[in-house]
Design a binder for this molecule. Sequence first.
Ligand code: ATP
Length: 380
Amino acid sequence: MPPRTQSRRQLEPWQDPKAKPYITLENVTKSFGSTVAVRNVSLSIYQGELFCLLGGSGCGKTTLLRLLAGFEKPTTGRLFIDGIDVTDVPAYERPVNMMFQSYALFPHMTVAQNIAFGLKQERLPTKIIRERVMEGLDLVQMSAFAMRKPHQLSGGQCQRVALVRSLVKQPKLLLLDEPLAALDKRLREQTQFELVNIQERVGITFIMVTHDQEEAMTMSSRIGVMEEGRIRQVGAPHDVYEFPNSRFVAEFIGASNIFEGVVIEDEPDHVLIDSEAAGCQLYVTDSAAVPVGAQVAVAIRPEKVMISTKQPSEKRNCTKGVVRDIAYLGDISIYYVELPSGKVIQATLPNLLRLSERDVQWEDEIYLYWRAENGVVLTS
Ligand code: ATP
C-alpha cells in the first residue's frame, strides 16, 4: 500500500482556486421512467477526499454512486474522472471500485482467498497477489486471521475484510454504499475511525453514501446533502452544521429552532428581524444582505440557547417561556420550552448537576437567550 498521505486537516483543496478536481459531475440527471432519481447535479470532488453523500431514503444517493461506478448511464450530463470524460466508459474500464451495502464474502473461502479473488481474476502474478493480500491484512490489523473462514469472524472483522478486498485492487476511487450499516452502534463508531485512518493512509479518494448524519460529520472531508435528487449544500462538516444554506439542511443536520420573521433592518454588520413566533427581535451578525421587508427564517441550534431564571439585560435575542419537558440523555438534557406564541424551543445543556439539584424544573418560567453570531438567516 502507498505510505500515509497528508492529514485530513491539511487537505482542503476546495479552498484553492487553482486545485483541479479529481471527479467532476456536470449537470448530471438520471431518470427511471417518470422518476427523476438525480436532478441536474454538478459537483467537484478532489483527490484524497472522503466525501459523504448524505440524505434521506430515496433522495438519489445510491443512484449517484452507481453513475460514478458506471452501473448506470446519465440521462443527460457528463462525468469526468481525473480529467477524462468517462460518461460512455463501461464500469469495468473505470479506475473505480464499489463496496456494496451487502458485502457478502464467499463463505467457503478463507479471508486470504476472499481478498485474493479479484486479483486472481485480473490474472496478476501469484507473488504480487500474495504481497498485496498480506499488506492489506496488515493495514486493517488482521494478518492473524488470514486462514479463517468468514463465519469465524465478527461483523466488524468481515467488514474490514470486505474493505481490504476493495482496496487491494488499487482503485483510484472507492465508492462505499452504507459500508457500516450492518454493524451495531458501538462497533460502527469504532469502525468509523478505523475507516478514516485507513483512507488517510492509502490516500485513495472515497465517496461514501450514508443516511446517518453523525457518521457523515465524523468521517468526511466534505458532505454533500441531498434532497429529491438535488445536492442542496456541499461543505466541510463544520460549515454545513454552523452555516446551513437552507431550512432543509438546518433541519436535516442536527436539531434547529427555526423562527419565522420579517427583516426590519439590514446593516453591514447585522440584520434585525421581527419575529412574533420568537416573541422578540432577532439580531443576527454574520448574515448575508437581506432586503428589508423580506420574510425569512432564523435557525438557532439548541446547544447555543442559554437558559436562566433571571431576566438578562439584553432585550433582543431573549425570550421567555415555560419548561414543558426535560429529556435526560445521560450526558446532556434537552429542555423543551413553550413560548407564549405556542412555539416550543429546544435548549440542550450538559449535565453538570443531577436533575434534582438544578434550579430549573418542569413548569418553571425561564428566560432563553443566545448570542447574535449564533443565529443563521435562511431565505430558502
Ligand atoms: P436509500 O437510502 O433508501 O437507499 P437512496 O438515496 O440511495 O435511498 P436511490 O436508491 O438512489 O435512493 O433511489 C432514488 C429514487 O430512484 C427512488 O425513488 C428509487 O425508487 C428510484 N430508483 C432507483 N433505482 C431505480 C430503478 N432501477 N428503476 C426505477 N426507479 C429507481
